[in-house]
Ligand binder design. Structure first.
Ligand code: 4AD
Ligand code: MG
Length: 615
């Protein structure tokens, strides 16, 4: 049993608990009910404060619990420590667990945890009614006369801090009241529950120190263009939306590892420098390797296939590189991919694995980040619907769908709705501009101006979409069997399904050389793309691999690939060849889909795209 977060509350420790499976019950400390039976009656319990909790020291301690006084849940939210534990030891444990990890030895000494605990915003619910110290950055301020509201962010959350002028606050009131955005402060005060406040808690300040004053922070609360924000990515991280997305990314990555580790896969790290293409030769990045030319890995797959013959079920997980010249919302030049590879596996079973895997990611994020997703504007019901079984259609059926009246009707309805929305926005923008220019209060004018910027952005996006729809209609209606599905085709197919949809058996010529030829129809391969729902398109590409030596060599030659570079790969078909298969899931596309983001660029800390590599 693990405790992810812990707070001292009189003689109790309140913890956020997870078990061996790592299911952190919630971001707020509470004991998971399902854990209690396992704990009850235990004689030895290991508590571990996980390092992922900001501000808490990573350490373990083992408690010996007498059977009669075993750990048990009480009140559904408290883990009571055994009374037999000496009071002084309990206090020491509690204060050391609660005390912050101070990386900087020159940082000002904190008061001892027992007097005024220094804590983090995420743990505030263990301190309601108590006096605590928080430290963080000023997110936003609002002041009028003798009162100011400071939204503090500390890396674990945001909290509204109230500053009122009185004898306690007199010495620092004026300075703190006008403290600027992103200044670093330390505040002490009493915690209360306040549903309406940002974060749900309020801290009434009675003591404060300004640790660093910031001037002219570039990213103000007003809307900024994406170009500007991307140039300031190193600061943009701090904005709440970006903070939410990268936290979700961390959960997705964690779930990816857990899924494969828990299902008996062996992690194999594959190289980043590769002598030959793993996917299409058009998207290779060349690197001068001491005079030889090598490429940045587009995939770990070929190397993974070799490891699969040693370990049966393997996976690799890391960055991959593609010189994508397309500036679309789905393409990065550096992206993360997880790739499992399974020996003695056929296409249907492979799709079962992909299905279980994707469901596990969606459900884990829903469980751990429901509120975050709502804040991001994600439709939760759509995500809840990500359950087995996914739809399975062939490429040929997909082509028929593109030609169907259903596809046409979908786009025509889109055109109608989006045109109507543009007209609505035209009127709204006019009204807002009127207010912004008028003679009203300044804050009202500023608010209208900011809203107008947002509306203009939405309108220009919609206008672009509206102008593209006729072209997409044409592409779908004129789709020819044998060509690859384009982005707009994938969008149509995925929107015509309520859950993710597998498209299988693509024509050989549009897929990679290693895909297994369908023995019943040699025109197609035994492979699939998984299209995520709500029009997000492909998140997984996978296939059974050609295990037959002669057929594989023929494909290498057909594609004009340098055969000698693939000698080692061909060995896998010379020595103990078996039916096997695998797939690759693009992490960023998956996050964009789960968070409901229009563009992939916000899903990775430092996006790399054509023409974009700063900072
Ligand atoms: O379909 P792809 O190209 O498949 C492979 O690389 C196989 N070797 C995987 C395997 O069978 N082991 O890429 C897999 C996934 C795509 O479905 C997509 O999600 C993501 O990688 N992807 C990209 N993501 C962001 N930017 C790009 N330029 C991407 N190209 C592929
Ligand atoms: Mg693909």
């Amino acid at each position: 049993m693990f405790i992810a977060g812990i707070a001292q509350h009189k003689r109790h420790l309140t913890g956020c608990v997870h078990d061996e499976q790592g299911w952190i019950a919630s971001s707020r400390p509470h004991a998971s009910a399902s854990l209690r039976p396992a704990v009850r009656g235990a004689t030895q319990v290991s508590l571990h404060v996980a390092p992922q909790k900001h501000g808490t020291r990573s350490r373990s301690l083992r408690l010996v619990v007498p059977p009669s006084r075993s750990l048990s849940g009480s009140g559904g939210s408290l883990l009571s420590l055994p009374r037999s534990l000496p009071k002084v030891r309990l206090r020491r444990i509690a204060s050391s667990l609660c005390s912050p990890h101070i990386a900087n030895p020159r940082a000002p000494p904190y008061k001892t945890a027992m007097e005024t605990p220094t804590t983090t915003i995420r743990e505030l619910d263990g301190y309601v009614g108590q006096r605590v110290t928080l430290s963080g950055w000023v997110y936003n301020t609002r002041a009028s006369g003798k009162i100011a509201f400071i939204i503090l962010r500390d890396g674990t959350g945001r909290c509204q801090c109230v500053l009122e002028k009185n004898e306690n606050t007199e010495p620092f009131f004026d300075d703190l009241k006008k403290v600027s955005q992103e200044s670093t402060i330390r505040v002490t005060g009493t915690v209360s529950k306040e549903e309406r406040a940002t974060g749900g808690y309020e801290l009434k300040i009675d003591d404060a120190t300004i640790l660093h004053e910031t001037h002219d922070y570039p990213i103000t609360p007003k809307p900024h263009g994406v170009e500007f924000l991307m140039k300031h990515r190193h600061l943009w991280f701090r904005s709440h939306r970006q903070w939410l997305i990268l936290r979700i990314r961390a959960t997705v990555v964690d779930q990816i590892r857990r899924f494969f580790n828990d299902h008996g896969y062996v992690l194999i790290d594959t190289p980043m420098f590769a002598p030959a293409a793993g996917e299409g030769a058009q998207t290779l990045f060349q690197v001068d390797y001491f005079g030889d030319m090598v490429y940045l890995a587009q995939t770990g797959q070929l190397y993974l296939e070799a490891a699969c013959m040693a370990h049966r079920k393997v996976y690799c997980f890391g960055p991959t590189f593609r010189a994508e010249k397309s500036k679309t919302r789905r393409h990065l030049t550096e992206f993360w991919m997880v790739e499992p590879e399974i020996a003695f596996c056929y296409l249907p079973e492979l799709m079962d694995v992909a299905e279980d895997f994707v469901v596990s990611i969606a459900q884990r994020v829903l469980r751990d980040h429901r509120e975050d997703l709502i804040e991001l504007g994600r439709n939760i019901e759509d995500l809840e619907a990500v359950q087995k079984p996914f739809h399975r259609i062939t490429y040929t059926e997909a082509a028929e769908l593109l030609h169907s009246d259903k596809a046409k009707a979908l786009l025509e309805k889109d055109l109608e709705e989006k045109t109507a929305r543009v007209a609505e926005l035209d009127t709204k923008i006019e009204e807002l501009e009127e207010i912004a220019k008028g003679g009203g209060k300044q804050w009202k004018k500023d608010k209208a101006a900011a809203e107008a910027i947002e509306c203009r952005e939405e309108r220009s996006e919609l206008q672009e979409q509206v102008s593209n729809i006729p072209h997409h209609l044409e592409l779908a209606a004129g789709f020819e069997w044998g060509s690859d599905l384009g982005g707009s085709d994938e969008t149509i197919i995925s929107r015509l399904h309520d859950r993710p949809v597998f498209v299988t058996h693509y024509p050989k010529q549009v897929k990679a050389f290693y895909m297994r030829e369908d023995r019943d129809d040699p025109r197609v391969i035994e492979g699939f793309d998984l299209l995520a729902s709500q029009g997000f398109g492909e998140i997984i590409g996978g296939s059974a691999r050609e295990e037959d030596f002669d057929r594989l060599v023929a494909r290498v030659r057909e594609e004009g690939l340098p055969e000698h570079e693939y000698e080692w790969y061909l060995d896998l078909r010379r020595y103990g060849s078996v039916p096997h298969g695998g797939f690759g899931l693009g992490v960023e596309r998956t996050i964009a889909w789960i968070c409901g983001l229009k563009h992939i660029r916000e899903t990775i800390p430092y996006p790399r795209m054509m023409g974009k590599f700063y900072p």
